[in-house]
Write a protein that binds this ligand. Structure first.
Ligand SMILES: Cc1cc2nc3c(=O)[nH]c(=O)nc-3n(C[C@H](O)[C@H](O)[C@H](O)COP(=O)(O)O)c2cc1C
Length: 342
């Protein structure tokens, strides 16, 4: 019997879409998902995704080239829709023959997806509701990722459990990956049995041996419990800010103060909603960099999902994947054995 045979059978569709051995995406993480981590993920059989959150075209081109020099396997590039250089970044992905683009931070329109398709690149994106998910597929989306509010980083308001029922179970003919709060192989297997084509994980890989995140950042995550990974409040409905899940620290309070400042400027007509939101995005990117690169765990942003409560040690990517697949395989064997006795 082939290793992981049962789980391989139900991951097959996702593996074909990704061109990987396992239908596990390593979700893009700004400042963390760089060439070393992403190539290590793809070389280990999963699907790495480069984060471009803090990049211009030249930086992205360099990072893609570096990644391609370290792996000949597929990997994706995460593009943030509100990035003013978005079109340049798409051109770079086309020029560098990237296979998949994962759009985040908004809802892409048909024209944008057509532009990406013109480079023969597959387009993935996120959706917060069933109607948006349907519209995205109608406009040409290749695969959807539903990401619940348990996840680390920028999140929507709805949990993975609810998105599964609202979106995925109503669209089982479409390719959907699930993200947010997934780590154990048993849960990974359940997602696939419910109809997902694969899962995307982030927090656990930020803490992997191959992640260049500062050791202070990793240690802070290992110490944290699920309840420590919070989303600071939005101060005013008139000025919507996307919630960001991170471990509570002084930086979380500084975000509230910054939000107050931006809100005031917005009310005084000094900035538009878009400008204000962009400045808050810069705040998060700067704070995340301080934590990830400088190890500032007090004022830096310790972005992580609620799953952080069960991420307790630094493991290699291979070890993380093998554990997930072994747990998934054993779980499926138990289910199959039970069925024999029924
Ligand atoms: C530190 C950190 C940074 C992240 N940055 C991004 C990002 O730049 N773009 C993005 O689409 N998602 C980002 N995410 C979300 C991840 O790609 C992934 O979807 C999420 O972590 C999955 O949920 P989990 O944390 O429960 O595993 C980030 C997550 C973390 C923990």
């Amino acid at each position: 019997m082939k290793k992981y045979e049962k789980i391989r059978n139900i991951m097959d569709r996702g593996c074909k879409i990704l061109g990987s051995d396992y239908a596990i995406l390593g979700g893009a993480m700004t400042w963390i998902s760089e060439s070393n981590l992403v190539s290590a993920m793809s070389n280990a059989g999963m699907f790495g995704v480069l984060a471009s959150g803090a990049m211009d075209g030249d930086l992205l081109k360099n990072e893609i080239t570096l990644t391609q020099s370290k792996t000949d396997r597929n990997f994706g590039v995460n593009l943030i829709l509100m990035n003013p250089k978005l079109h340049d970044l798409i051109d770079v992905c086309g020029e560098k023959k990237v296979s998949h683009v994962i759009l985040a931070g908004g809802i892409p329109d048909r024209d944008l997806m057509e532009k990406i398709h013109s480079y023969c690149i597959q387009v993935f994106s996120f959706a917060p509701s069933l109607s948006v998910a349907k519209r995205l597929f109608k406009h040409g989306l290749d695969s959807l990722i539903i990401e619940g509010s348990e996840a680390g980083g920028h999140v929507g308001p709805t949990s993975t459990m609810v998105l599964l029922q609202e979106i995925m179970l109503n669209m089982t003919e479409y390719p959907i990956f699930v993200a947010g709060g997934i780590l154990r192989g048993e849960v990974f297997a359940c997602m696939l049995q419910l109809g997902a084509v694969g899962c995307q994980l982030g927090t656990v890989f930020a803490c992997a041996q191959e992640s260049l995140a500062h050791e202070n950042f990793k240690k802070a995550l290992f110490r944290a419990n699920a309840k420590d990974a919070i989303t600071p409040v939005q101060l005013d409905k008139k000025f919507p800010v996307s919630p960001v899940r991170a471990i509570e620290n002084i930086g979380t309070n500084e975000f509230i103060a910054r939000q107050k400042e931006v809100l005031q400027k917005f009310e005084d007509g000094e900035v538009s909603v878009e400008e204000g939101r962009l400045s808050l995005e810069h705040f998060w990117a700067g704070a995340l960099r301080r934590a990830v690169q400088n190890g500032d765990t007090e004022r830096g942003s310790l972005m992580s999902g609620q799953i952080v409560g069960i991420v307790k040690e630094e493991k290699s990517i291979q070890d993380i994947i093998d554990t997930i697949l072994t747990e998934a395989e054993n779980f499926l064997k138990v289910i199959a054995a039970r069925a024999l006795f029924e």
